[in-house]
Design a protein around this ligand. Sequence first.
Ligand code: MN
Length: 233
Amino acid sequence: MNRREFVELGIAAGAALAVQPTIASAGDAPAPQHTLPPLPYPYDALEPYIDAKTMEIHHSKHHQAYVDGLNKAEAELAKARSSGDYTTIEYWSKKAAFNGGGHFLHSMFWQIMAPANKGGGGKIPSKLEAALKDSFGSVEAFRAHFSAAAAAVEGSGWALLHVRPSDGRLIILQAENQHKLTPWGVTPIMGIDVWEHAYYLKYQNRRADYIKAWWNVVNWEKVEDNYLRIVGR
Ligand code: MN
């Protein structure tokens, strides 16, 4: 994914991905400077389903670390281009993928949730509902499949709902860490973070309880918006 596509996907996911060129060294392309997008609601807004302390640490510490890691990796890759020394290219390429995945998915994650009385867990808008029925048979089948995928992620990762523009289908996949197990040609429009840092303070080992509660804060309007930005309105 090139930088422009990354930015567009970030916008598609509703992420406030600020990309400001920094002063570049001679002959080098400007390095993007990623920043932590603000949460669209207070830390305690998703209570009682997701507790305020978890949201605060998750957003201000974990997501910030992915932003910092992505900036660092891209700066190191720019340095390698300047110096011509590519001895650490594998390391920094992996760091760019991991932290870039983390930054993108968390930016989307905050946006596709909303307080339960302010859009979270409400009715699924009609175009998204039709697409879910078309791809999964029924909304119930989609939810059962998505919940099962989330519960069964090995270690840390995500369950993700993707759009595949080549055939217009919605597909559910797992992601390990922030970026693994993803084929080319799909774009996530919705996901649940099942790293323990997303739920352990409140739910400890009970990931299934967290997943069940999480459905109460899904911002379906935003998920449909992400969908329509890719397939057209
Ligand atoms: Mn996370």
